[in-house]
Design a protein around this ligand. Structure first.
Ligand SMILES: *Cc1c(COP(=O)(O)O)cnc(C)c1O
Length: 415
């Protein structure tokens, strides 16, 4: 009972500040399984509403795929529910190792180690590999989990401007005398959906004797001709020394992550990475599910091909209608609204139209770059996308933003 009035008030004030700043996050309860069509309770206590989900990381539509569910059931029946152990004590089953080998084969690397999540993979990998004699050079827009992982590592840290190859080269020259130089980037950047220039980055790493780290969480399973990821798309398979990725997005969407790459690097993680050593094994249920995901992906590229087709349709539809989107080829399609209040209003109107798409604004994206981030899935049928597009157009007309330039929208709504 030392939770005093003073401390309580301290937190109440902080929470009020978050609310006043308009950035208080509220959860929406989904009563169905994850899919293109979901049933949502929002606001809390209201009647369930059927909406089309346009903001899941369910890129391949596998989160509720019947074969994955069936495989997970079988995993549950044959290997049980939980392991009650970390990997190196008594938490490794044959299927955990089998999954590591499947990931290795799929990504075209030398070996793989599973982590409870990609957040954990990123939290553990740098500290396991680098010391104060080394340098980490990261793109300025890398994912928060990479930033946290770098904080836990005693190696020196520097950054290069987002996807700026000249700046990266300057930094590689500046730090030439460090023992190990590790260049760090996301494969696909989650907020804008743009791809790292991995071919150019890999060439620079070659020239300056640096290792290359790529977090491919928003790419594994669907970017590249056979969905291997950004390294496949950029023609540098085998040249990325360390890939981290998640099973929590395209690859079934449950949970889990990994570090995949050079044999010795993976072995070092198995000896030293703290989230691997001190956090519980991924449940056998999930492992069995992800194994089935790889069966599906290696059987055919049908789902990633459908995702590509859906993405093209969606990008063209929004552009033709007069919305401003971030150009590119990934299924992350940000609809730019610039003003935070406008993004919130559009998201709310879309929801009333039966479209679930969330507004993003500062501090998640830079000030003045508020947006609705839509994400396309192979689980979307053409009718979902057509309905969603019609709703976007109705809401866009209501707010009189269709066909407006960025300057016009800012002139009308401010920043
Ligand atoms: C989602 C994401 C993660 C976190 O993955 P989890 O497995 O959910 O912890 C890490 N890195 C990037 C780039 C991501 O997009």
């Amino acid at each position: 009972m030392s939770y005093s009035e003073t401390i309580k008030t301290h937190y109440q004030n902080q929470l009020k500040d978050i609310r006043d700043a308009g950035i208080y996050k509220e959860e929406r309860f989904i009563h169905s399984s994850q899919a293109a069509d979901i049933e949502v309770e929002f606001p809390t206590g209201s009647q369930l509403k059927k909406v089309i989900n346009m903001c899941a990381n369910n890129y391949l539509g596998l989160s509720s795929h019947p074969d994955v569910i069936k495989a997970a059931h079988e995993g549950l029946d044959t290997r049980g529910y939980g392991m009650s152990s970390v990997r190196f004590i008594c938490g490794t089953q044959d299927i955990h190792r089998e999954l590591e080998m499947r990931v290795t084969e799929f990504l075209g690397t030398e070996d793989t180690i599973l982590f409870p999540s990609c957040m954990d993979a990123n939290a553990g990998v740098f500290e396991a590999l680098l010391t104060s004699e080394d340098i980490m050079i990261s793109d300025r827009l890398v994912h928060a989990s990479i930033i946290d992982g770098m904080r836990l590592c005693s190696a020196e840290h520097d950054t290069f401007k987002h996807s700026d190859m000249e700046h990266l080269e300057q930094k590689l020259q500046l730090h030439q005398n460090k023992r190990i130089k590790l260049v760090i980037t996301d494969g696909v950047f989650s907020m804008d959906g743009d791809l790292a220039k991995l071919d150019e980055i890999a060439a620079l790493c070659d020239r300056y004797d640096a290792l290359l780290f790529v977090d491919d969480s928003h790419a594994s399973g669907f970017i590249g001709k056979t969905g291997r990821g950004t390294h496949e798309h950029c023609g540098v398979m085998g040249k990325v020394d360390i890939i981290t990725t998640t099973f929590g997005k395209a690859l079934g969407g449950a949970s889990g992550g990994c570090v995949s790459g050079r044999k010795e690097i993976v072995e070092m993680c198995r000896q030293k990475a703290r989230p691997y050593l001190f956090s519980n094994t991924i449940s056998p249920v999930v492992v069995a599910g992800v194994l089935e995901v790889f069966n599906i992906l290696q059987g055919s590229t049908e789902r990633r091909d459908k995702l590509e087709k859906n993405t093209l349709f969606w990008r063209k539809g929004l552009t033709d209608a007069g919305f401003i989107i971030k150009s590119g080829e990934s299924p992350i399609v940000p609809v730019m609204l610039f003003n935070a209040a406008l993004a919130q209003a559009v998201s709310k109107d879309l929801y009333n139209e039966g479209i679930y798409a969330i507004g993003f604004f500062f501090p998640v994206v830079p000030n003045g770059q508020a947006r609705i981030r839509t994400q396309i899935s192979a689980g979307h049928e053409m009718e979902h996308l057509e309905k969603a597009l019609e709703a976007f157009i109705r809401v866009g007309k209501k707010h009189k933003i269709l066909g407006l330039s960025k300057q016009d929208i800012i002139a009308r709504y401010g920043l």
